[in-house]
Design a protein around this ligand. Structure first.
Ligand code: RTP
Ligand code: MG
Length: 148
């Protein structure tokens, strides 16, 4: 089953949006496999956002993501990578549709509430960066027979 890495960013944690965000993915029918409140080191931030190293906003991005705790998660389900990106909305909240997380809760591109892996390769890389094997929990959700 497909898995993705999602993270409530420091602005989302400070604004008490962890529960709201977890709830959206739960209600959709995806399954939580791992989750933890954590601080991100500068080294982990630079590695995680390595693809943006040459961009002018890289320094700000690293400063922001290390500015306070984040809630890191692994979610599982059919097409969870692409569907989670749709549920998050466009990177810039000004372009994000109402009903999406960024559309409903974000205002500026720098503080856009949530991160989500953008491809299967990113998901595998990011899950490996943030979660140890023993931090991921295998369990059968009995309710899933109503979804799948
Ligand atoms: P994320 O990686 O955080 O899930 O966001 P994303 O895929 O939707 O967007 P991405 O292109 O990967 O950009 C990563 C984060 O960098 C910040 N950003 N700032 N100032 C700017 O023009 C700018 N562009 C991007 C955003 O916070 C974005 O989430
Ligand atoms: Mg990205």
């Amino acid at each position: 089953m497909e898995r993705t890495f999602l993270m409530v960013k420091p602005d989302g944690v400070q604004r008490n949006l962890i529960g709201e965000i977890v709830s959206r993915f739960e209600k959709k029918g995806f399954q939580l496999v791992g989750g933890k409140l954590m601080s991100i080191s500068k080294e982990l931030a630079e590695e995680h956002y390595g693809e943006h190293k040459e961009r002018p906003f890289f320094g700000e991005l690293v400063d922001f993501i290390t500015s306070g705790p984040v809630f890191a998660m692994v979610w599982e389900g059919e097409n969870v990578i692409a569907t989670a990106r749709q549920m998050m909305g466009s990177t810039n909240p000004k372009d994000a549709a109402p009903g999406t997380i960024r559309g409903d809760f974000g205002i500026t591109v720098g503080k856009n509430v949530i991160h989500g892996s953008d491809s299967p390769a990113s998901a595998e890389r990011e899950i490996g960066l943030f979660f140890k094997e023993e931090e991921k929990v295998e369990y059968k959700k009995l309710m899933n027979e109503w979804i799948n």
